[in-house]
Ligand binder design. Sequence first.
Ligand SMILES: Cc1cc2nc3c(=O)[nH]c(=O)nc-3n(C[C@H](O)[C@H](O)[C@H](O)COP(=O)(O)OP(=O)(O)OC[C@H]3O[C@@H](n4cnc5c(N)ncnc54)[C@H](O)[C@@H]3O)c2cc1C
Length: 1017
Amino acid sequence: MPRTTDRLPFPYRSEAGVLAQRLSALQGALDWASAATQAAPWVRAVRENPPPFWAMESLLKEYPISSAEGLALMRLAEALLRVPDAETAIALTADQLGRADFDGAADSTLARLSSTAIAMSKHFLPQAGSEPGLMVKLGAKSVVAATLRAVQLLGRQFVLGQTIEEGMKEAASARKRQANLSFSFDMLGEGARTDADALRYLASYQHAIAAISRTADPTRAPSQNDGISIKLSALHPRFEDAQHDRVMRELVPRVWTLCEGAAAANLNLTIDAEEVDRLELSLDVFEALVKLVAQHCPQWQGFGLALQAYQTRAVELIEHVAALGRQYRLKFMCRLVKGAYWDAEIKRAQELGLPAYPVFTQKPHTDVSYLACARALLDAPDAIYPQFATHNAGTIAAILQMAATTGPHAPPLRGSLPPEGAQAGLGRPGAGLPKFELQRLHGMGEGIYREVLKNPAVSCRVYAPVGAHRDLLAYLVRRLLENGANSSFVHQLADESVGMDELLLSPLEQSQPAALSSSLPLPPDLYGSARPNSLGLDLAVITHREPLLAAHAALVVPAVPEATAAEAQAAVTKAVQAFAGWNHTPVAERAATLRRAADAMQQHLPQLCALLVKEAHKGWNDAVSEVREAIDFLRYYANDAERVMAPQALPGPTGESNTLRMEGRGAWVCISPWNFPLAIFAGQVAAALATGNTVLAKPAEQTPAIALEAVKLLHAAGVPASALQLLHGPGETVGASLVAQPGIAGVVFTGSTQVAKIIQRALAAKDGPIIPLIAETGGINAMLVDSTALPEQVADAVVQSAFRSAGQRCSALRLLCVHEAIADGVFEMIEGAAKELVAGDPSELATDLGPVIDAEAFDGITRHVQRLHADARPLLGSCRATHGQVHVIAPQMFEVGAIADVTQEIFGPVLQVVRWSGDPMAVVQQINALGYGLTLGIQTRIDSRALALAGAARVGNVYVNRNMIGAVVGVQPFGGEGLSGTGPKAGGPNYLLRFCAEQTLTINTTAAGGNVALFTG
Ligand SMILES: Cc1cc2nc3c(=O)[nH]c(=O)nc-3n(C[C@H](O)[C@H](O)[C@H](O)COP(=O)(O)OP(=O)(O)OC[C@H]3O[C@@H](n4cnc5c(N)ncnc54)[C@H](O)[C@@H]3O)c2cc1C
């Protein structure tokens, strides 16, 4: 069934085009110069007479987040309060303060307090990086206590109370100081990872609504009562588009209980806006609730949602919501914000290789969009009650001007009128309810609103977070970012060096669609002129996901004939004969051929993904990433071959020339695995071909069809059939026969350590030249988590690293080592999150884990699981399985006694966990002692510790504070050491060298006629 939200415009559009539309919508609707004139006295008043607790603004002026001090503050604020053990708290404080300078003077209470505490702290702290002695430690403890106090104050700045009762008390006293004030309470918490957390948040919202209802007057309009703001991600552990049906089934009833409570007391209930990829789903949830409201409480006009102006489709979104209101004869309260996740949106679009950004990339563009959205909201008074949330004086003045001049019932805005011209648009003085409200966040914008609210006709609602510290962190970091960013209004307001003209510059004048240039490259241009980034998909968008599903429906997996040993032998002869021709093809031509193949793969992405899903049981996201990786390999090696193979002049004595040149080596055998049947296959083949070698490609027995498709595309792009031959068949016969042939020049292999050893021995046993072998094998990959880590971030990283692709990645996490002080909570959260995973049919968008590759793998993993049931403590063993799939294994988690107990790689969704205490360096030594060396995850907020641990780890890829899978070509070259492989790293600058033969050419230039260069030089 088509979803309503599929009617929204495509989110990845041309910024210039959208901006031009927004500017034209504002033409004649706004006189910015008048707005600036109105805002200037507010700014002046705040600067001359700052509010009593002018804390955040001045603190972040003192220590902007772009400075070492600001960054240290933000990191301490994010991490220090959750650290349970003194030892680690000291190490964290020393680490962060050791690199910052807090001794400068500050001019406000909080800034002074914080900086004094922190500056004082620094004098007592042990040197960052060195181990604290006993005496110093005693001092250090009190230093940490002082820093803690400062950080607590920082957090408290943004939170109205620890409980709703406390928050409401604070609100009541604020109301005494300032009229025209109402509140929207926000029970802190977002991004529930487990259902238990979601239910905890639900209970806290229910409790808050009950409390607010007690003081509300149900006979008054919701705009006159306090209200509540809720985050959908707090109320469901899988609030993501892929889980659409389940979210609709489980989340809608939960939110409906909140709506019923709010409707009964006539409160404003607002659904906060979160990340862009959740928008479609949020709107589906919203519409389902709208239907219920229309059915059960159509008189309630307090339901609403927040809309982000930084989204390029914000205006269309408003039109969509207004249309819903009209369709159901309801009126919604719509909060317009600029948007709080800007940096995260930019990062996500770049990582996914999306065609454009879903948000504007320049601050004035967001400001323009905000004003265009404001206009759209004001133009829909029948369906929308607008709530303008901003701390920007210019934006506020522009809104007041537009409100005064738009619509039939403009409010009486005495004192806040545009100086002239706009008065004709004003409505009846004193008429009815206000037609809009302004909003600000608690702890921000007090000064400006003190001035704005001198006009009694203007009202303001304060968004007031309530909760304990454990739920504050994500919110706090967003606020610190917002306050600390140079481009932010509150930051500039506190900075007297920013003049009035600059502060109130017209965003319309700063936005030039025709000359739009950005310091941010679009995601496809991430690698500049070097190579295009592969394009990815957003599966939440219908036009992106439908071609995949259609390709899957139409796909018949082709049969691939097996080669015999004799055919393998003949193929080697052919490859050897073809070598000279391909090797002498200019490298630029070979590179161009690979680039054409990359473009063809990009075009065939849906078909290749469908094949990966059907043949290799990949999930859709994994399939898209894999095709992108293959494309990146082709382009990267094409470029790198041109770099590496360019003749290099070497210095030497006069009278001779010395040049280093690279050649191919001959015929290479490329043996690839089933777990990345396209990316690793294409990577190996492309590296060999780019450097002039011919290729005998032996794919995994389980996945020949995808290899066949790749070979077809490479041939069609211009690789001669004799230069690339596909030989499908069992490793023991076809693979072994290829390796044993006398004519081959090299072997590149990805697979198990055991098979790599067999190949190595077979090569060593042959007479003739010594054949190079590049082997990339598995690993017992570990993640080390200390007590500064954020459990939610750890849970995300662990669940992705251990269970994504059913644990069948070389890089997958096998051994999780968590500091004992936080181990119970972290294990519990991972367990809860893993239980929410869906195992089953990989062609379903909702599936997280498909079946393991075949019966043999299933049996092997099952045997390991049985052994672990006897030897270790099971922590988990179930998830949401869909039925009817063979070889599906639910995520498994076992606690073992010691790191040394983990002796084998289990290539499936099986995670072993262990607790540690004491010196983290000793943990790394124990991990090293396992003998493998592929990937390592580190989760810590102590930067110097992360660097030291990475330095001590004998592994190829270290990932800090993120998951440890999904290495990107040219960004995270991949490959390990020890039992994990020979190197060089795939997708790195040294890989191609191993495929090359080197030649130096020395020519005595004096031999025929003397040293002309010396005479003429
Ligand atoms: C009552 C209230 C409720 C809120 N609820 C939500 C919510 O539900 N969801 C949510 O996401 N946010 C929410 N916010 C936060 C809000 O998004 C930020 O407070 C707001 O963006 C700050 O805007 P400003 O006009 O006060 O400041 P300004 O300084 O004028 O604007 C800052 C904003 O500009 C945008 N921006 C910054 N740099 C760039 C750039 N390079 N390119 C494009 N745009 C840029 C960002 O959105 C940034 O936040 C809420 C805010 C308030 C006051």
